[in-house]
Write a protein that binds this ligand. Structure first.
Ligand code: FAD
Ligand code: SF4
Length: 495
């Protein structure tokens, strides 16, 4: 017994699959002779929602690369590979680890997901050990700063948070004023591609699978054969070095048109001018400060116009930090909200793309192929359809959390429940994002190849979006007809 306690590590540092920061705060402070890192691939994390194969492969490959990097620095890493242990959950795997090695204490960065944090806390408490939880320094706005900001207002609004955060960080600021004299370039950032379509689009860089990723792809195909999606086109960044290449490529080739076309869609073009950086950011392969700095330098060098850079900064510094703050402040009760009383089931074609609605077929097909759709496809194609149809928000949430490579709950849930489904009754975003098929027709070429007509609400060729849009207005007239931001849409209903 005495010998075993002498060999016990001082601390066990738990590192989760979305905490793969090359400058991980707790790793930097490790004593290689005394401390151990614990990481585990567990089935539950791939099955608690029916995860896309690419999402599973991305996490596992990035984790294994991170493990190898730690080991190359002579750190002791206890790493459990899926298929080589029998623990079904992270809690079970950690219980076994703590029993075997009896560290003095357990440390971790705050988990992004409330469920995971609660499971680890309960596990460590059951083991009778102290747990130290440290705030994740990845984010620019600390939890306590967000809570203080939130505490001062009845109703949070992105625009107010975004301006406060620009002032606090000095990003795109000239003294106390926004650079260029305007906070917001939204009106410049809503162009469609017109009839002619996009010009020659720059190809995003490829990250062909290396040996680790190829092993993981085989593992995922073997362990999760029935899960949605394919791995044929898997080439997401899985290391910090890959993520830096992806960032550089975006800034050099796509940022200058990002803002202008950020809401546009086009058949067969899944990526357009988007950054494709969300999965690298969410796994912490990439730091948002580096991303914002790179965009700022591009502006200084006149390589990208202010409107485009502001549109991008608004997403990374604004929305990303804002939804995280809301998630932390409102969980766990937020996950159960359903303000509009939506009770329909998610249509089965969301898992197959088998539909004659071209817009949905495009968005879902590319989702199944790459684990990616851009923001307007998520908000105004798949999300809008669920909102208009009245699908139960928790089912919509489970789908979004399953099918995107960037899906982690702290960012996915507020976007789905709050922004897209209005399930929080307008807490996160002031109005429901509702539109008819005419919006989709304006922002894309999808309707040109569709058997439905976006202008028709009735008849054989009535566009389901347009029919459901008018139905939504009728159903929710009481709630929205006098709302300052939606009254115009409902006045159209009267006409
Ligand atoms: P770009 O269009 O290039 O934007 C740049 C970056 O800004 C993104 O990488 C992302 O980090 C950030 N960003 C942009 N919009 C948002 C937003 N609304 N909230 C938070 N960050 C934002 N994003 C996720 O990262 N994970 C999710 O699980 C997720 N689920 C979503 C679900 C729904 C219903 C909706 C409407 C949006 C969701 N988003 C999610 C936000 C957004 O759609 C994605 O961040 C974006 O499409 C990722 O592609 P990109 O990296 O090319 O982003
Ligand atoms: Fe989608 Fe309607 Fe357009 Fe068809 S007509 S692509 S269903 S919006």
């Amino acid at each position: 017994m005495a010998r075993e306690s002498q060999a016990s590590p001082d601390q066990c540092v738990v590192i989760l699959g979305d905490q793969l920061d090359p400058a991980h705060l707790l790793v930097a402070k490790l004593n290689p002779a005394r401390d151990r890192v614990f990481m585990a691939e567990v089935r539950e994390e791939s099955t608690h929602v029916w995860s896309h194969k690419a999402r599973i492969a991305l996490f596992l490959s990035a984790m294994r690369h991170f493990r190898d990097d730690l080991r190359s620095r002579d750190l002791k890493v206890q790493y459990l590979e899926l298929g080589r242990h029998s623990h079904a959950s992270l809690a079970a795997a950690l219980t076994a680890e703590l029993k075997l090695h009896r560290p003095q204490r357990v440390t971790m960065l705050q988990a992004g997901e409330a469920r995971v944090q609660a499971a680890i806390e309960a596990t460590v408490e059951r083991a009778g050990l102290p747990l130290q939880v440290v705030e994740d320094p990845h984010f620019l706005v600390q939890s306590k700063t967000f809570r203080a900001w939130l505490g001062q207002r009845k109703q949070p609004r992105l625009e107010h948070f975004y301006r406060a955060t620009r002032k606090q960080t000095g990003i795109l600021m000239q003294g106390d004023e926004p650079l260029g004299g305007q906070w917001n370039y939204d009106t410049a950032n809503r162009a469609s591609f017109g009839r002619q379509g996009p010009a020659q689009l720059p190809l995003p860089p490829a990250f062909p699978p290396d040996k680790i990723t190829r092993d993981v792809i085989r593992l995922v195909n073997r362990e999760f054969p029935d899960h949605p999606g394919t791995l044929h086109s898997f080439d997401w960044p899985v290391t910090p070095a890959d993520a830096q290449i992806a960032l550089r490529d975006f800034v050099d080739h796509r940022l200058a048109s990002f803002g202008t076309y950020q809401d546009a869609m086009w058949t067969g073009e899944p990526f357009l001018y988007h950054s494709l950086l969300s999965s690298s950011l969410n796994l912490k392969l990439l730091n948002p400060r580096d991303v914002l700095d790179a965009a700022g330098i591009s502006l200084q060098d006149n390589a990208a116009p202010l409107a485009c850079v502001e549109g991008f900064v608004r997403q990374v510094l604004g929305w990303r930090e804002y939804v995280r703050g809301i998630y932390q402040a409102r969980m766990p009760e937020y996950a159960g909200l359903n303000a509009l009383g939506a009770e329909q089931d998610l249509p089965a074609f969301f898992w197959t793309a088998d539909t004659d609605m071209v817009c949905l077929r495009e968005a879902i097909t590319q989702t199944l192929q790459y684990g990616y759709a851009h923001h307007i496809q998520r908000l105004m194609i798949t999300g809008l359809f669920c909102l208009l149809l009245g699908v139960r928000p928790q089912q919509v949430h489970a789908w979004y959390l399953a099918v995107y490579v960037d899906a982690v709950e702290w960012v996915e849930l507020p976007n789905t429940l709050g922004m897209s489904q209005y399930a929080d009754g307008g807490y996160l975003a002031s109005k429901p994002y509702v539109a008819s098929g005419k919006y989709i027709d304006r922002m894309s070429n999808y309707c040109k190849g569709c058997r439905y007509n976006p202008a028709h609400a009735t008849g054989e060729d009535a566009c389901p979006y347009t029919t459901l849009y008018w139905d939504f207005l009728v159903q929710h007239r009481e709630r929205f007809a006098h709302h300052p931001r939606t009254a115009l849409q409902w006045r159209n209903l009267e006409r």
